[in-house]
Design a protein around this ligand. Sequence first.
Ligand SMILES: Cc1ncc(COP(=O)(O)O)c(C=O)c1O
Length: 394
Amino acid sequence: MDAPTNYRFSTLAIHSHQASDPETGAVIIPIYETSTFEQEDAGKHKGYDYSRSGNPTRRALEGCLADLEGGAYGLCFASGLGALTTVSMALFKPGDHILCGDDVYGGTYRFFDKVFRPLGIDVSFIDFTAPEEVQRHIKPNTKALYLETPTNPLLKLVDIQAMVAIAKEHNLLTILDNTFASPYLQKGISIGVDIVLHSTTKYIGGHSDVVGGALILKDDTYFQPLRFYQNSLGATPDPFASWLTLRGLKTLAIRMKAHEANAMALAQFLESHPGVENVIYPGLSSHPQHALAKKQMSGFGGMISVRIKGGLEEARTFMKSLKLFTLAESLGGVESLVEHPALMTHASVEPHIRKAIGITDNLVRMSVGIEDIEDLKQDMAQALEKTTKIAQPQ
Ligand SMILES: Cc1ncc(COP(=O)(O)O)c(C=O)c1O
């Protein structure tokens, strides 16, 4: 089953580009742990010559991801940032201008601000929740809109349809980082996005055991340059990383449902807790863009951000007191994680910018895993009790 079919998501995740091995009957795609491939004659081979340029295990992952996003092509990378750097180097040149959301993954901000800008590519970070702001910042040399939704860590939503409309009007490329939603909950290409980017390290891999990235392309417009740069820059995943990611991908649908059910229950629990200042979760009716979340996503995902009552000390106490939630960067694995954006994932964003966009010292981000919800709630309750005690000394 190598071509997109009418099968639904869960079926595609398990079968697309993953036919049994015709030689041996192996049901699972082998880890083609080889750097090179024998050639019949110089330049004559079976489609693979060197594993950086292409490898059958990686090819299965690339094809399956393309089908799940509803795209024409998938290209995989050694990390999400490998995907970002490759698409950026391939499609932009000095003198170009990119408009990027102001609440994006810290590493994305760091790359655009500290690596790309010094190379002569101008990048403006704009509040993408306000389409009129985006319109206002378009310049004659603007080439692309780079959006992330839901955003990291504030879980703001960007109206993908509105962004695609602006891009069409001004002939801009649209790139969507779909890491937080996963292709199960949000499909940018069907809304008109040109390129979808993933850190497959997160929900797609799903088990916190492999780092990877992917680009999914709407059509063949950018396929040749992107494949050329994928091979030329060399940030490609090894066969074992591709295999682990493909194995994780098979259960994406069922995991996303479980993540979401737990996140919703936990968000409601936290919203009613006196130790919490506010809960940010797109599934809550208190989320300012709840209606947009319902419109453009088929579920609300497993990420919650909370502001703990108090400041940095209370946030630290809360995180240290949690027993089931591991204090660690990353997200999207089966286990629950907690992290402090200002000190961890977004430490590379300057303090005044963090302050301006709302990454406060009492903000804590949680990746809700698929453990038993009662255990997760109890863990939260005991940690908040300890936090409340230090916030109001007797
Ligand atoms: C939304 C988002 N995009 C991209 C990345 C970068 O991915 P990677 O860590 O796989 O390079 C991350 C990493 O946390 C992320 O959260």
